[in-house]
Design a protein around this ligand. Structure first.
Ligand code: FES
Length: 119
């Protein structure tokens, strides 16, 4: 299944609960926006698409956390998501969550695991 990996950013670019790094992935033949954040020391990545309507979560680029630094928030209508699972915790997404992307950190860098549909 996994055909390789792609460097996304240096791990030092991601502070816990801080600004995320935006990138893109190819899904089903088109580029889709995505982002990676750090939460409780681990890195997590998701498609940058709200579960409510397909809008990017961050109005200010990279600002995915709410003020508490405990939740990811869609800046448009305030839907909240769990940073470690993408699960919807409230708001207009009505139980739908973010689409997780497989990432890992190794020797100070953060990588996306390439799947069959990734470019
Ligand atoms: S667009 Fe994200 S909650 Fe409405």
């Amino acid at each position: 299944m996994a055909a390789g990996q792609r460097l996304i950013c240096a791990g030092s670019a991601l502070m816990d609960g801080g600004t995320g790094v935006r990138f893109s992935v190819e899904r089903y033949g088109r580029q889709r926006p995505a982002f990676v954040i750090r939460y409780h020391g681990r890195v997590y990545a998701y498609l940058n698409e709200c579960a409510h309507v397909p809008a990017e979560l961050d109005l200010q680029p990279g600002e995915f956390f709410d003020h508490s630094k405990l939740y990811l928030i869609c800046a448009i209508h305030g839907a909240l998501y769990a940073p470690d699972s993408g699960r919807c915790l409230g708001g207009r997404c009505e139980g739908r969550g973010l689409q997780a992307l497989p990432v890992f950190e190794s020797e100070g860098d953060v990588y996306l695991v390439l799947e069959n549909f990734d470019g």
